[in-house]
Design a protein around this ligand. Structure first.
Ligand code: DQQ
Length: 535
C-alpha cells in the first residue's frame, strides 16, 4: 500500500522512517553539529531503543550516520536511553547515557569516539570500566536516568545530574568525580521538589544576566543565573525555574518568585518534551532541541511508517526582566525562506479573516506584529483563572471577545472547516492586563480519533504600554510551532488536516474581538526543503 505522506514534515528533523523520541547529546565539535536521538530501528512505535546519529554544518541540512550506540553489553543490553555530551578540556567529547541491564536497572554509562580525527565521529566505543554509576540502595533503580552534560567546578570536581524520583518527589541527583571515571553521589540532590513525580531529562545551564549570548556549562559568577529544566513523566510537560547555583554547597535554589512545580514556566506550552540544550561555541549561543511526539493514533503511526519529529532548534537566553527565558528559532532556518509576501497597515475588524496569499501555506514561516488601538473593550479577567490551558478551549477562536481573539488561522481549509488558530486574547484584571496565547488544535482536522488539544500559555507583556504584540509561526504540514511576543511564550501543536493539505492549505489573519486590530506588518515566506535531510 502507498501510505499517504501528506503529514510528513519538509524542514523539521526526521529520519526517513520509524519511531524517534528524545534528542540526545547535541553538540558542536570541530566544526560539526551532532544530533543523536532515541530511535527504534524496527518500527514506528517506541521500543528497541538505540542512539541514532546525524551531523550537520548548519543545523538545517543533516547527514545520517549509522546508530552510534546500540545495546551490546551487560550494562545496556535492554536499551540505550537518553544522555548528554561533554567536551573535555583536552577537546575529547564523551557521551554519558543511561543503559538498562538485564534486570532493567538503570545505569549511567559512557562512550567515547573510536577515532577522534574522523570529522563525523561515526564510531563510538564503550570502555570496559562501564557502568560509571549504578544506583545505590537509596536510589530508585528504575527511576534513575538521563545524565546531563557534566561541568568542572573551580574546585577541580566534575559534576553531573541524573534525573530521579522518590515516591512522588522529583529529584535531580548530583554526582561528583575528580577524574570523570569514579563518581560519588553528593550528600544531597542539587534540587528536588515534592509532588512532581519522575524528573526525566534534566537540563542545567548558566545564562548571562543580560544579553542573548549563551554560556558553556560550569560558568558561575555574579552576572550569571542558572536554569533547571525537567520533563515531568506524569504530565508529559516540561517546566523550568531560574535561580542561583551555589557550587560551594552543591545546591541550586530557584527564585522564590517563580513557581517550582507543574504550574511553572515552560519552554513550550504545547507538544514539546525531553528537551536538551547545548552551548554552541561557534556562535556563542545556547541552543535547545525538543521532541514533538505525534498526536494521531498508534495505528496511524504504524500506517505512516514514522512517528516523532524534532522541533526547529531554538536559541535560548534570559529575558531582560530576569523572570523567564526567551526562545527563538535559530537564524539558520531563515536560509530556507523564499518568495516573501508582505501585508502592512491592514485593519482587521470583528469577524474578518484576511487571506495571506502567495505562500505555500502548508510549508511556510510567518511573522506578524499587531497593534491594538485600544484596550477598553478587554473582557474582565477572573483571578481564579490560573491555568491558561483551561481557558483556551472555552474561549477559542470562534468565541467572540473584546480585544481578541486575534491572530493566525494556520493550516486552514478554504471553507475554514479545518484550521489551527494561533491567537491572543487580552483581559483586564484588577490592576493590569492579562494576555492569553492559544494554539488550538480542536478544529485542526475532520478526522476522528486524534488528540486535538487546545494548548495555551499566558504572555508576560505590558500590553498597555506597548500596544502591540508579535507572533511567529513555523508551519510544516503536521506541525505548527509558534512564538508569541518574541519568544516569551512558545506553543507547538501537531495536527493532521484532511482538507488543508499541501496546495489546499490556506493562511489567514483573523480577528473575532469587537475591537479592531491592525496588522502593522506581516511577512510570510514559503519554505524550501533542506537539500539534505537524512536522505
Ligand atoms: N525517554 C528515554 C528516557 C527518558 C524518556 C527513553 C523521556 O531515557 O527518560 O526512550 O522521553
Amino acid at each position: 500500500d502507498i501510505v499517504d505522506q501528506i503529514h510528513r514534515t519538509a524542514y523539521h528533523f526526521q529520519p526517513p522512517k520509524h519511531w524517534i523520541n528524545d534528542p540526545n547529546a547535541p553538540m558542536y565539535y570541530n566544526g560539526v553539529y551532532h544530533l543523536f536521538y532515541q530511535y527504534n530501528p524496527k518500527g514506528a512505535v517506541w521500543g528497541n531503543i538505540v542512539w541514532a546519529h546525524s551531523v550537520s554544518t548548519d543545523l538545517i541540512n543533516w547527514i545520517p550516520l549509522k546508530p552510534a550506540i546500540v545495546p551490546s553489553e551487560p550494562f545496556d543490553i535492554k536499551g540505550c536511553w537518553s544522555g548528554s555530551a561533554t567536551v573535555l578540556p583536552n577537546n575529547i567529547p564523551i557521551i554519558l547515557y543511561t543503559g538498562l541491564d538485564s534486570n532493567e536497572t538503570q545505569l549511567q554509562n559512557y562512550a567515547v569516539p573510536a577515532n577522534i580525527s574522523d570529522p563525523h565521529l561515526e564510531n563510538w566505543i564503550k570502555p570496559a570500566n562501564n557502568p560509571l554509576v549504578a544506583p545505590d540502595h537509596t536510589v530508585n533503580r528504575t527511576a534513575f536516568r538521563d545524565p546531563t552534560t557534566a561541568w568542572l567546578g573551580s574546585d577541580g570536581w566534575w559534576r553531573m545530574l541524573v534525573g530521579s524520583k522518590n515516591k512522588r518527589r522529583g529529584i535531580a541527583h548530583l554526582y561528583k568525580s575528580k577524574d570523570f571515571m569514579n563518581w560519588v553521589k553528593a550528600k544531597h540532590p542539587i534540587h528536588s521538589r515534592p509532588d512532581t513525580g519522575m524528573w526525566e531529562c534534566p537540563d542545567f545551564f548558566p545564562v548571562p544576566k543580560s544579553g542573548e549570548n549563551g554560556l558553556d556549562v560550569g560558568i558561575t559568577g555574579r552576572d550569571v543565573r542558572h536554569v533547571l529544566k525537567v520533563s515531568l513523566d506524569l504530565t508529559r510537560y516540561e517546566y523550568y525555574t531560574i535561580g542561583r547555583y551555589y557550587p560551594e554547597i552543591d545546591r541550586y535554589i530557584p527564585y522564590d518568585t517563580l513557581v517550582d512545580g507543574w504550574a511553572g514556566l515552560r519552554p513550550d506550552y504545547g507538544n514539546f518534551y525531553a528537551s536538551k540544550s547545548f552551548f554552541d561555541p561557534k556562535t556563542n549561543r545556547r541552543i535547545l532541541w525538543g521532541w514533538a511526539n505525534e498526536s494521531d493514533s498508534r495505528q496511524d503511526d504504524v500506517d505512516k511508517g514514522w512517528a516523532g519529529i524534532q522541533t526547529i532548534p531554538r536559541k535560548v537566553w534570559l529575558d531582560p526582566s530576569g523572570k523567564q527565558l526567551r526562545l527563538w528559532p535559530v537564524e539558520e532556518v531563515e536560509k530556507l525562506r523564499k518568495d516573501p509576501v508582505l501585508m502592512e497597515n491592514t485593519a482587521v475588524e470583528l469577524g474578518q479573516h484576511v487571506e495571506v496569499t502567495g505562500v505555500t501555506a502548508a510549508q511556510c514561516d510567518v511573522e506578524v506584529s499587531f497593534t491594538i488601538p485600544s484596550l477598553e473593550k478587554a473582557e474582565p479577567f477572573d483571578p481564579e483563572w490560573v491555568n491558561a490551558q483551561d481557558l483556551c478551549a472555552p474561549m477559542g477562536a470562534k468565541k467572540q471577545g473584546g480585544v481578541g481573539p486575534f491572530g493566525l488561522l494556520t493550516l486552514a481549509s478554504e471553507d475554514l472547516e479545518e484550521a489551527t488558530p494561533v491567537f491572543f486574547r487580552v483581559f483586564k484584571a484588577d490592576t493590569k492586563y492579562v494576555v492569553l496565547m492559544c494554539s488550538d488544535a480542536s478544529s485542526s482536522s475532520l478526522k476522528e480519533g486524534l488528540y486535538k488539544p487546545s494548548f495555551a500559555g499566558f504572555v508576560n507583556v505590558d500590553i498597555e504600554a506597548e500596544k502591540r504584540i508579535s507572533l511567529r509561526s513555523l508551519i510544516d504540514h503536521s506541525v505548527v510551532e509558534s512564538f508569541g511576543a518574541g519568544g516569551k511564550t512558545c506553543i507547538t501543536s501537531r495536527v493532521y488536516p484532511t482538507k488543508a493539505v499541501d496546495g489546499e492549505a490556506h493562511l489567514f489573519v483573523f480577528n473575532n474581538g469587537t475591537e479592531a486590530v491592525h496588522v502593522e506588518k506581516l511577512s510570510a515566506w514559503s519554505m524550501n526543503r533542506p537539500l539534505r535531510m537524512n536522505n
